[in-house]
Design a protein around this ligand. Structure first.
Ligand code: ZN
Length: 256
């Protein structure tokens, strides 16, 4: 059976001299592993289509549970992600999150759109990676169906407290007064947050896609939200990501 799938290559693995496996995040059916025959011998225009961070329309032959690349029409290749180590490290981390979380067979139009937009801003350096990272983590969580409860303090229902704490394992927040009154001991799932941090988390998880990348934020707020976003996605995907360690080591050596 022949399938036409629109998607982006997230990962590639050599399979000896004869070919490669590529993981494609597709609009129609989530992340699919596809075998590319004789990939090393292919030259010219078609080489680029199956390379890392290539966005294309792929013609795929399905045989049982296996998928074979036949041909493709390129839409965009994000060269800038491969040429800059900081961009590469963040794009690789996003790819690992997607390969972990997006199952084969699930319609993934919104997640593909989030990925393409994030790669676009990273590729042409028009948004800081420091902003793109928490934005991608939290929006991906929301698209995957485990967004945190961002509406009100779980105890007193205050909508916009000045100070609050978010919990990654319970996926909700309490105002500082309620949290103090609850008398809980410290735990690693708790992240303290300012009012502007709460507003940023609401924006990222609730706003319509068209406006998602249009906000400004100060450094302190970004730091708080970043810590929470990373803790939240790691808690829910239950994994230690090698690419996250790589990103940290590269980011540490690059002052933006
Ligand atoms: Zn409260």
């Amino acid at each position: 059976m022949l399938l036409t799938l629109k998607g982006i290559v997230l990962h590639e693995t050599n399979a000896g001299d004869k070919g490669r496996f590529i993981d494609i995040l597709t609009k129609e059916m989530g992340v699919v592993e596809v075998y590319v025959r004789g990939a090393k011998k292919v030259t010219g225009k078609s080489t680029g289509i199956t390379q890392l961070f290539s966005y294309a329309e792929f013609c795929i032959e399905q045989k049982g549970e296996k998928y074979y690349y036949q041909s493709g029409k390129p839409i965009r290749i994000f060269y800038g992600l491969r040429e800059n180590l900081l961009n590469l490290s963040l794009a690789s981390y996003f790819s690992e999150l997607l390969r972990t979380a997006v199952l084969k067979g699930t319609k993934s139009g919104e997640i593909l759109r989030l990925t393409l937009n994030s790669f676009h801003f990273l590729d042409n350096s028009t948004k800081s990676p420091d902003i793109l990272k928490p934005l991608f983590e939290l929006r991906l969580a929301a698209e995957l169906g485990f967004m945190p409860d961002v509406l009100m303090c779980k105890r007193c229902m205050a909508h916009l407290p000045k100070r609050l704490v978010f919990s990654t394992d319970e996926g909700c927040f309490w105002c500082s007064d309620c949290y103090a009154a609850m008398g809980r001991s410290e735990n690693p799932y708790i992240y303290s947050m300012s009012q502007s941090g709460l507003e940023m988390i609401r924006f990222i998880t609730l706003v319509e896609t068209e406006r998602l990348f249009s906000f400004r934020v100060n450094d302190k707020t970004l730091k708080d939200v970043s810590a929470f976003a990373e803790g939240y996605i790691r808690h829910h995907l239950g994994a230690n990501f090698k690419t996250l360690e790589f990103w940290r080591s590269i980011r540490h050596n690059n002052d933006l």
